[in-house]
Design a protein around this ligand. Structure first.
Ligand code: NAD
Ligand code: IPM
Ligand code: MN
Length: 367
């Protein structure tokens, strides 16, 4: 049987820096666990624009459709702010999500014990936190038509449309219920049914899907109240399912419960391929962090944990995913901190590559 295939798209800013550390982890699995991957690398975002004048070349799109999993670093940066909207780096990532039909974006927020003191929230609010946000990723206001900037009278109008079909809500709700079944069997759906018709439909469809999962305790919350509850007492949640835009905001907020945006991985999953595995793209929740790019300061853990999610969701290697997550936990428990995780007096930060090396050493120690 051939090796599983991985397409790596490092992207822009800190993307290539954190991805270099993931490469060390991938090499470790090849050398020490006899788990070789066929890895290819390509451009996305601003890097692709610089080379080809488009944030995602058609050949790269085609490759992404063929591989077992795609791993992406980050896209974007101030250099590209002047570009026309249609060729901005972010369009490359959105095209991947849309054309691969990656409708369920899993964004786990877990607070490692070693970082419980570091969150901007009180320790007892975040210690032991383990929640999963399921963000709809291929529809909603990100993609709805009509959109654009039009002339109306003597001024311009910016337009985006929130639009959800029943089937789009149904399939992401099912993903969330399935996850809840494997966890604490609690699902909270967030929308704004009080002001948006798409929210009314969302609530109706999620409730209907819930009839197929009688063991799961389903609740509904307006997304604004949900944001407040995430900060007040996040441990009340197990799985949260929400739309594309609310999911973007709520997951960045959830990142700070774990200590840093540099900690949050994600898996974007679509329908099963012929081999039964879902189409998948794995990426950290954070962006290209232009303020720290090129300085060796980036935290590679979000990207490394995204690879752990690939092991679990694309390659049926849950035990190896757990091994990697435990290696990260050990390194944090031993006190290694990239600059974003500093708060304690007298602790010097480790660099991006020192953090990667420490995680590989912890993997070695796990054998
Ligand atoms: P950002 O996530 O890049 O950065 C926000 C803050 O978090 C910055 O202070 C940054 O230094 C810090 N940070 C983020 N990741 C970190 C890490 N791994 N280690 C340490 N610190 C980290 O968000 P932004 O500044 O709003 O956006 C910058 C660019 O990234 C924009 O072009 C945006 O569109 C893009 N972006 C891309 C993605 C993606 O590729 N998935 C996600 C979000 C933003
Ligand atoms: C994310 C990012 C993206 C989004 C951007 C870069 C397109 O913020 O993955 O969270 O808005 O979905
Ligand atoms: Mn975001």
């Amino acid at each position: 049987m051939s090796n599983p295939s991985l397409l790596i798209l490092p992207g822009d800013g800190i993307g290539p820096e954190v991805m270099a550390e993931v490469r060390k982890v991938i090499d470790w699995y090849g050398a020490k666990r006899d788990l070789a991957f066929d890895v290819s690398e390509d451009l996305v975002g601003g890097a692709a624009y610089d080379a080809h004048g488009t944030p995602l070349h058609d050949d790269t799109m085609a490759k992404a459709q063929e591989v077992d999993a795609v791993l992406l670093g980050a896209v974007g940066g101030p250099k590209y702010d002047v570009l026309d909207f249609s060729v901005k780096p972010e369009r490359g990532l959105l095209r991947l999500r849309k054309e691969m039909d990656l409708y369920a974006n899993l964004r786990p927020a877990q607070c490692f014990d070693a970082l419980a003191d570091f969150s901007s929230l009180k320790k007892d609010v975040v210690a032991g936190l383990d929640i999963m946000i399921v963000r709809e990723l291929t529809s909603g206001i990100y993609f709805g038509e009509p959109r654009g900037i039009i002339e109306e009278g003597n001024e311009r109008v910016g337009i985006n449309t929130q639009r959800y079909t029943e089937s789009e809500i149904d399939r992401v709700a099912r993903s969330a219920f399935e996850l809840a079944m494997k966890r604490d069997k609690k699902l909270c759906s967030m929308e704004k049914a009080n002001v948006m018709e798409s929210g009314v439909l969302w609530r109706e469809v999620v409730t209907e899907v819930g009839k197929d999962y009688p063991e799961v305790e389903l609740s509904h919350m307006y997304a604004d109240a949900g944001a407040m509850q995430l900060c007040r007492w996040p441990k009340q949640f197990d799985v949260i399912v929400t739309d594309n835009l609310f999911g973007d905001l709520l997951s960045d907020a959830a990142a700070m419960l774990t200590g840093s945006l540099g900690m949050l991985p994600s898996a974007s999953l679509g329908a099963p391929m012929a081999n039964g595995r879902p189409k998948a793209l794995y990426e950290p929740v954070h962006g290209s962090a232009p303020d720290i790019a090129g300085q060796g300061k980036a935290n590679p853990i979000a990207c490394i944990l995204s690879f752990a999610m690939a092991l679990r969701y694309s390659f049926d290697l849950g035990d190896e995913a757990t091994r990697l997550e435990q290696a990260v936990e050990k390194v944090l428990a031993d006190g290694a901190r990239t600059a974003d995780l500093l708060g304690e007096e007298g602790v010097d930060p480790v660099s991006t590559s020192q953090m990667g090396d420490a995680i590989v050493a912890a993997l070695d120690a796990s054998l």
